[in-house]
Design a protein around this ligand. Sequence first.
Ligand code: GAP
Length: 462
Amino acid sequence: MNNNVTMEKIVNLCKNRGIIFQGSEIYGGMGNTWDYGPIGVEIKNNIKKAWWKRFVQESENSFGVDAAILMNARVWDASGHTTSFSDPKMDCRECKTRHRADNLIENYCSKHKIDGIVPDKMSNEEMEVFINEHKIACPVCGKHNFTNIRQFKLMFETSRGVTDDNTDKIYLRPETAQGEFVNFLNVQRSMRAKIPFGIAQIGKAFRNEITPGNFIFRTIEFEQMEHQWFCKEGTDEKYYEEFKQKAFEFLTSIGFNSEHLRFKDHDKLAFYARAACDIQYLYPMGWQELNGIHNRTNHDLSHHQEFSGKNMLYMDPVTNEKYIPYVVEYSIGADRLMLAVLCEAYDEETLENGEVRTIMHLAPCLAPYKACVLPLMKKNHSEKAKELHKQLCKDFMCDYDESGSIGKRYRRQDEIGTPYCITIDEDTLEKGTVTIRERDSMEQVTIKAEDVKQYINDRIKY
Ligand code: GAP
């Protein structure tokens, strides 16, 4: 990550280069919703593909699912979300804005360099006392005049029914994890899966966050990539450690510098959890959670057994032992990872001629276009260039650009992270060769036009 990167630079680049736009922009936007543009959707899809490859395709005993977003409301009773998925909110009586009490305290302590205060470990009463004693000000209007803390429910509710007076309350799922838990028996039986095995899913989740913000870091609609590892009690601690490492290695494998990542144990564990930690990333606004790894014991399957009446016991085919499996969960937001990928890749380089080039050092597997074909002169070389472009598009996303000087065209590709630019010139027509320029080193090689596909394919694999 470049030290000069700011959230403003990332947001502007995203807007101008078709990566991410404000949601419903022509209507004045819709707070904290974002639309991925033509370049952004490619990067995000590549992130999801890399994750799926690592955690499903290459994982010896993991299976994917794609469960419904709308689930039987009893699922959320069993998971505890209907009763306890809430945040402590306070309203500012002066400017009528809403805030999370724990965030007010965290921000105050980091600004005033106060160590040892952990809002997660405090009761609502303790947080109120702290906020009042320190006269913490509203971040919007600067006054100190808050209501008492009330718990704010984070699940979006909707209703299902054919007539207005006969509707059932249902929810937009706040996590994808329950889709994996409720399909534990289906996957185990249909795939003849033996413990330990995993179920993975990528999908949308919705949370009515009190304080969304920091671009796509915390939004009300986002995508999660979650993996539940079902294992026998006693092996859970070993797998918890393994998943911590696997989660970390995945990030370095897609281009993160390990110095920008760190583990952070949770200050307060859920009553059923044995261990929980986050991997944090050094975003422009500081160290923040990127993903979580949790040892959830057999809490989830036990509760689904209790609430659904379905037997969740697994019978070990060798020992005939029966038990409810433990779960090690690994969960990461695709959008939060996308933001980290963009921040990590962003760079500004001063060239020998004093010009500054903005460049995204995206790992080739994540780059939206793997290559761009550039005819040196539109009039003479575009026919041949279009021919090559058409061929390459069959194998990977490939851009074509014939407008402006070659230098300007390189800069445009650098800004969206295209790893290879292929120039078609007189030599292509006369000798059948093309020049390939590599994004980061700017080095150029000349190869035969018919070898280009293989050359690029060899360098974009994940
Ligand atoms: N099933 C466990 C679970 O959902 P979580 O810590 O609440 O745990 C997991 O969420 C991950 O989902 C987070 O580490 C983060 O990457 C992402 N995430 C959570 N809330 C989010 C939000 N409001 N906006 C964007 N990403 C979010």
